[in-house]
Design a protein around this ligand. Structure first.
Ligand code: C2E
Ligand code: MG
Ligand code: MG
Ligand code: MG
Length: 290
């Protein structure tokens, strides 16, 4: 089912991308209006769903957490991937209600899993550039934690390296406020931006997630192996945990483990799954691990 959903998301995503690029040229204002109307409607009806991708420790295979990834349940196109509507939602000022729903739903779901006896691991939620710029994002997060009863240490916020670099000092104070709250912070898609070591040191960060593009061609590409090695060493020298994104093969798993990478996420372990598939995945994972 997960595979079906993925292919479906890909196909609909492709259609949507064409649609979006077309409308960005200003040649199809009606279509753009229609997309905005559909998205507004989706927000009102909460027509979104979260898929969860497990993250595991590379040394012993223990479950380390889940990343929540939003999908739009589009009336005609089926499941639409986030890259196809998050940028549009940001441009139209519609990201705030979507982000709040994601945050609340992820925290609610994780609390339910904890209560049901799944491991006491955190959930990671992605925050976009615009959300980060909102003055009250930390207050929103605190409010959602209160409302769902999830302890702050079980929430992780993912911010991309590029966004972090763009926001400068305002990001630093926001991250400090999150840290004070007890929420953890990860730098997503690391290696695609241009952050200096000095910059990284200045931010209260817990984790680096090596961008998938550097992992994809390992271990075949010696350049990419060198980059991944360097990121792991740099992260460790700054006392950060390092996560490899997009681990798709057993060879990559062996390499990353040998390089001392702490954690991994990727199709080799599991695709992002609908919430109701997670308990079953966990049972199978636990049995396989012995
Ligand atoms: P991301 O945070 O870097 O998420 C990782 C993406 O890589 C996900 O795509 C995931 O499905 C995909 N992925 C995971 N493992 C593998 C693998 O082994 N191979 C390959 N080829 N892909 C893998 P997805 O779910 O389409 O999300 C895309 C991006 O959309 C995310 O990138 C994130 O930046 C953004 N996003 C997702 N959910 C949210 C959300 O709730 N709010 C915001 N603001 N952005 C979100
Ligand atoms: Mg992420
Ligand atoms: Mg990423
Ligand atoms: Mg990404």
């Amino acid at each position: 089912h997960a595979d079906l959903a993925m292919h479906h998301a890909k196909d609909s995503g492709r259609a949507n991308r064409q649609f979006y690029q077309h409308s960005m040229d200003g040649r199809a204002p009606l279509e753009e209006l229609q997309l905005e109307r559909l998205l507004r409607d989706a927000i009102q009806r909460h027509a979104f769903t979260l898929h969860y991708q497990p993250q595991v420790w590379l040394d012993d295979g223990r479950l380390a957490g889940f990343e929540a990834l939003v999908r739009w349940q589009h009336p005609e196109r089926g499941i639409v991937a986030p890259d196809e509507f998050i940028p549009f939602a940001e441009a139209r000022g519609l990201i705030t209600p979507i982000g709040r729903w994601v945050l609340h739903e992820a925290c609610r779901q994780l609390k339910a899993w904890h209560d049901a006896g799944l491991p006491q691991v955190p959930v990671a939620v992605n925050l976009s550039a615009l959300e980060l710029r909102q003055r009250d994002v930390v207050a929103d997060i605190r409010q959602v934690l209160d409302a769902t009863g999830l302890a702050p240490r079980f929430l992780e916020i993912e911010i991309t390296e590029t966004v972090l670099m763009q926001q400068g000092t305002s990001a630093a104070s926001m991250l400090a406020a999150l840290r004070a709250l007890g929420v953890r912070v990860s730098i997503d898609d690391f290696g695609t931006g241009y952050s200096s070591l000095a910059y990284l040191k200045r931010y209260p960060i817990d984790k680096l997630k090596i961008d998938r593009s550097f992992v994809t061609d390992t271990p075949g590409s010696s350049d990419d192996v060198a980059i991944v090695t360097a990121i792991i060493q740099m992260g460790h020298s700054l006392q950060l945990q390092v996560v490899a994104e997009g681990m798709e093969t057993a060879e990559q798993q062996h390499m990353l483990r040998a390089l001392g990478c702490d954690l991994a996420q990727g199709w080799q372990l599991s695709r992002p799954l609908a919430a109701d598939q997670i308990p079953g995945w966990w049972q199978r994972w636990r049995q396989a691990a012995g």
